[in-house]
Design a protein around this ligand. Structure first.
Ligand code: ADP
Ligand code: ADP
Length: 233
């Protein structure tokens, strides 16, 4: 079954006099372990869709089944619970806590999960090792390169073992070489069984995904397998 099953989803922002129809009826099914790039011009609804997919917001109408559970009608507490259980977020700006070490940044989500300190640190160290930062546990963000900071953020997204990783322009602040390294990590994550969905403006970055969904004016303009990847494999 699809891990994400969206039917006729709409989102309208009510701005007093005017209404902004950010999403106008999106249908989207994503299977477990898919690797999807979400593209489209500025204002096409990408962030709105990512916020709905990530259970940060609820739709105006339509249905969203996440792992078979209807999240379209959930209240804030239920949304927070399912978000913590199922979703890991990666952002363009890393969003790390500057005074905390690498290990502390990554262990933090496990505090909310109720794990003991020793287990939190062990799990955080393991996942940091898996993204190549096993020797940077005591560094603070300003002692790391941009690519290293994003790897810390990726480790933090993974530490709760979520089914789905949502990444919003994850390479937007990185140079080309570092971007490629980060994309290799996402490929690795997908190979290990996660579903990966990333927003990007850059065709070179979208080329890493197996499927490319394009939005325009709040509608799906196209939804196609990445022929380039399919042919190469
Ligand atoms: P994208 O991420 O593709 O740039 P967005 O989802 O951010 O697109 O925006 C889609 C439309 O919804 C735009 O017209 C934008 O101005 C509007 N919009 C987005 N967020 C809000 C909000 N919180 N309140 C009002 N309008 C919004
Ligand atoms: P890159 O060339 O990959 O962007 P940098 O040249 O920024 O990396 O950093 C090289 C190494 O030095 C990195 O492994 C990083 O951990 C370390 N480093 C960078 N800045 C600092 C700092 N201010 N304090 C301590 N270590 C740092």
């Amino acid at each position: 079954a699809a891990v994400i099953d969206i039917n006729d989803l709409t989102k309208t922002y009510d701005m007093g006099q005017t209404k902004v129809h950010a999403l106008r009826g999106i249908d989207l099914q994503i299977q477990t372990n898919e690797y999807v790039a979400l593209m489209g011009p500025s204002g096409s609804g990408k962030s709105t869709l990512m916020n709905l997919l990530g259970c940060l917001d609820t739709p105006t109408s339509g249905r969203y089944l996440l792992d078979g559970k209807d999240v379209s009608m959930m209240d804030d507490t239920e949304l927070a619970n399912i978000r913590n259980e199922k979703i890991g977020f990666v952002f363009q700006t890393f969003n790390l806590l500057p005074r905390q070490t690498t290990l502390e940044n990554v262990a933090l989500p496990l505090v909310y999960a109720g794990l003991a300190k020793r287990e939190r640190q062990q799990r955080a160290a393991e996942v940091l090792d898996s993204v190549g930062l096993g020797d940077r546990l005591d560094h603070r963000p300003n002692e790391l390169s941009g690519g290293q900071r994003q790897r810390v953020a990726i480790a933090r997204a993974l530490v709760n073992r979520p089914a789905i990783i949502l990444a919003d322009e994850p390479t937007g602040n990185l140079d080309t070489k570092t971007s490629i390294e980060i994309m290799e990590i996402f490929e690795d994550i997908q190979r290990r069984g996660n579903t990966v969905i990333l927003v990007t403006h850059e065709p070179d970055i979208a080329e890493h995904a197996h499927r490319i969904v394009r939005l325009r004016d709040g509608e799906t303009e196209s939804d196609e397998p990445n022929e380039h990847i399919i042919r190469a494999s």
